[in-house]
Structure formats: C-alpha cells, structure tokens
Design a protein around this ligand. Structure first.
Ligand code: PLP
Length: 451
C-alpha cells in the first residue's frame, strides 16, 4: 500500500505524527478517519470500525454527542476566550472548578487548569516542590515514580514516566526523579502470591525513601492502574501499603488519573476504587470526553492552603488554563455523566459484562493472562501460555494482532505484546458482543500468522 488519497498525500508530505516512525508511515499512508458516531469510527474507504480504545482512552461518552457541540457553539458566541491570569475569571472556569471539586474524593477542593495530561503533570511536579519550599524545606524535591509508568510527553512528563524509549530521546532528563519497580504480578511476580507481590512492590517505595533520605522526598506519583504501560492492574494489597508509607514519611501522594478518572474503573476516580487518599490528582481525557483539550490538577486542602496563605504568586500557568469553551464542554460532560448515571452503569452493568466477555476470551491459546478492572483490560499474548514463554523479539506479536484488528473493523491497541481494550463507557452489551467476536477472530488470525 502507498499513499492513495489527497489527504494521505498531504499528510505524508507535511504531517509529523506523534509516537510514529514518520518515514515508514509515509510510505504506506496514514489511515484517514472521516467521521464517528456512538462507539464507531469510519475511515476514508468507508469501513466501519468499532473503537475499543475510546480514541486514546478519552471518548468516554462516545462520539456524536450534539449536546457537547451545542454548548461549545454557544460559549464561542458569548465568550470564546478570556484568560484566568491577572485576577480575572469567568463563569465556565468557576463552575467547572466547583463541579470537579464535588466529584473528586476527599478534600481535593481546589482546581488548577491545564490543557493536557502532560501539562497537568508538569504542574504537579512544580507544585509539589514549591509546596515544600513554602514549608521551608526546599531540599525536599525528589519525586518518586515507577518503572513503565506513563506521565506524558513533555520533558517533565517523559522524565517522570518510566519508559526507556522516551528516556533515550531528548535527554538529559529533568533531575530529581527516582524510580521503583511496577506492581506487574503476572510478568514479574515470580513465585509470590499476588498479595505478597503487591506488598513487596509497595515496600520498594519505603526502601527508596530510606535510601535517598525521607527529608529529601517531595512526592510519590503513580497511576492507580498503569494505562499506557500495558494496563497493569496492581494487586489489592499495593495501594493501601503505598498510602501507609507516604503518610509515615509525610510524603505527598499523587494519583495520575488521566486515564482512570471519570468512570473508567467503575468509580469517578481510580483513587476511590483503590481507597487512595491523594494530596493531588491529575485528570484530562475523560474530563471533556476528549471533545476539547482540557486538563486539571485537583489539589487537597493541605497543599492549596499553603499556596493560598503564601504571600508570593505561584509563577505557573498556561494561556488556555480554564479556556471558557473547553471548560463549558467539560462541565456539560460531567452533567451528562451525572444525568445518565454513567459511573453507576459502568460499575453495576457494563463492567461486569465486559469482565465476563474477557473471561470467555481467556481460553484463547494466545492469551496468557488478562489484567482487568472496570472497563479497561490488558491481555498478555504468549507463545506458550502453559510455560509462560513470550514470543521472541523478532516476532512483534502486538503489531501483528493490531494490524489484523485494523483490517477487520476493530481498534485494539498494542503495547509490546499486550493488547489493550478501553472502550467508551456508553458501550452496550450488544456492542461488546460484536467487539469480542471481532477480538477472537483477530486473535485467531494472529495465531495463524505466526504458526
Ligand atoms: N498521564 C497519564 C496516566 C496518561 O495516560 C497520559 C496520556 O495518555 C498523560 C499523563 C499525558 O496526557 P496528554 O497526552 O494529554 O498530555
């Protein structure tokens, strides 16, 4: 295949794609998506594709929500832009801050706006360090994160994340970051039970804190469930122990909820699913169901009050922090979620069905193990599941499977040899039946390709 259509030609000539080998892509041409409705997208060739990834884990309410388009249109006519710098605000930003504070857990009562998850993470890094400086401990500036974490693509986000491929490019990284192991039981748990392994991984945090000195650590940050790392669902013992350790050493606990936030795990936030009481959380994606770029950091009273009581400005912000149109769309998104009981439906109806369908898929010869929670799952594809033997490096099993999915009307993402599902939260049982029928068919085709 080579670039065929006018869009593909233009794209190949001028568009550099994120996380893509553009040279290779340009030879065949990018897949052109032209429209979307509900849980389906259509490509230029007219193929209807079921979106098992909700875009990039974000289109939680599905495509084609005219209420969101109407709100954006209205807001653009009234006040398309004004900033929230220099002691100004506007209705959408204030109302959205209140709405977020109401749905977040604990005392996360204060909201700082950004445009992307990465910017939210940068904000958290600066805020955590600034907090300790205000407290008279500027040396408390180390952030502890995890191997195989994903916290975005800005320099700070890439540095904080644990992706080797990202660290290799654009170095040197931001200093003052330490890393501990990830709680990936199927891949790294060895002979330990899941519970034992969860505790061992959490205690790696304590070891790291003692190694660098508790009084040098600002914060620990983790995704409640690692998303881009392959959907790594932690053992149940993991987060309570992390919580205990952070409290013991008075270290700020940060949950990166960019994927888990807004219903994905069957609660408004992953922190509620795991009983985490974070000092700050980052959110993006589902905040506007992906309809417009907007992100936020929800800040607990402890950190926010330090900032509020401090007699200096917080020298940080973005031109579009709290953009009125994006804020209006996010506000409407939350309203729809509440009116349609989206979170309750995920928890009580659609996630249990999703889990049942995943359990049925587990007998497939390629599927070694499935990590799952709420409406998100990661499947480890193995060459021999009985002996837990992975495919050799020269067989890119994830890409083979992903391509079969593409060709057969299903979006399933590959992270290495793991296949990921994270469909729109509004998906129906019948649509899940179709999705899983296609998933099994594509796994069969993948198996045939490598046999
Ligand atoms: N944090 C997490 C957990 C994410 O999954 C992502 C994106 O996938 C980000 C941060 C970065 O978000 P963005 O791509 O909006 O900058």
């Amino acid at each position: 295949m080579s670039p065929q259509s006018a869009i593909q030609h233009e794209d190949a000539l001028h568009h550099l794609h994120p996380f893509t080998n553009s040279g290779r892509l340009n030879k065949k041409g990018a897949r052109v998506i032209t429209r979307a409705e509900g849980v389906y997208i259509w490509d230029e060739g007219g193929q209807k594709i079921i979106d098992g990834m909700a875009g990039l884990w974000c289109v939680n309410l599905g495509y084609g929500r005219t209420e969101l388009a109407d709100v954006a249109n209205e807001q653009m006519r009234v006040l398309p832009y004004y900033n929230t710098f220099f002691q100004t605000t506007h209705g959408p930003a204030a109302a959205l801050a209140k709405a977020i504070a109401e749905v977040t857990p604990g005392d996360l009562n204060h909201i700082f706006f950004a445009n992307s998850g990465s910017e939210a993470i940068d904000t958290i890094m600066r805020l955590a360090r600034h907090y300790w400086a205000i407290k008279g401990k500027p040396y408390r500036n180390i952030l502890i994160a995890r191997e195989n974490a994903y916290h975005g693509s800005t320099l700070a986000g890439a540095s904080l994340g644990g992706m080797g491929g990202m660290h290799k490019q654009g170095a040197p990284l931001v200093p003052g970051i330490e890393r501990i192991r990830q709680p990936y039981w199927y891949g790294e748990g060895g002979d330990m039970s899941e519970d034992e392994f969860g505790l061992a991984c959490a205690r790696a945090l304590e070891e790291k804190i003692l190694q660098v000195g508790p009084d040098n650590v600002a914060a620990f940050i983790g995704e409640p469930i690692q998303g881009a790392g392959g959907v790594i669902v932690p053992p149940e013992t993991y987060w309570p122990e992390i919580q205990r350790i952070c409290r013991k050493y008075d270290i700020l606990l940060v949950a990166d909820e960019v994927i888990c936030g807004f219903g994905r795990t069957g609660n408004w936030f992953g922190s509620q699913t795991y009983g985490i009481e974070p000092d700050m959380i980052s959110m993006a994606k589902g905040l506007s169901s992906g309809y417009l770029p907007i992100a936020a950091v929800a800040v607990g009273d402890r950190v926010a009050n330090a900032l509020i009581d401090h007699d200096e400005d917080f020298n940080h912000g973005f031109t579009y922090s709290g953009h009125p149109v994006a804020a209006a769309v996010a506000l409407k998104t939350i309203e729809i979620m509440q009116q349609e009981n989206i979170v309750e439906r995920v928890r009580d109806v659609i996630a249990p069905y999703f889990q049942q369908k995943l359990a049925e898929l587990a007998d497939h010869p390629l599927v070694g193990h499935i990590d799952k929670k709420g409406l998100v799952a990661g499947m480890a594809l193995m060459m021999d599941k009985a002996t837990k033997t992975p495919f050799p490096a020269d067989i890119d099993i994830g890409m083979i499977c992903r391509d079969h999915c593409f060709e057969n009307g299903l979006i399933m993402r590959a992270t290495g040899s793991r296949m990921i599902l994270s469909p729109p939260l509004v998906i129906t049982e019948a649509e899940l039946d179709e999705l899983f029928l296609k998933a099994r068919h594509c796994l069969d085709l993948t198996l045939k390709t490598v046999q």
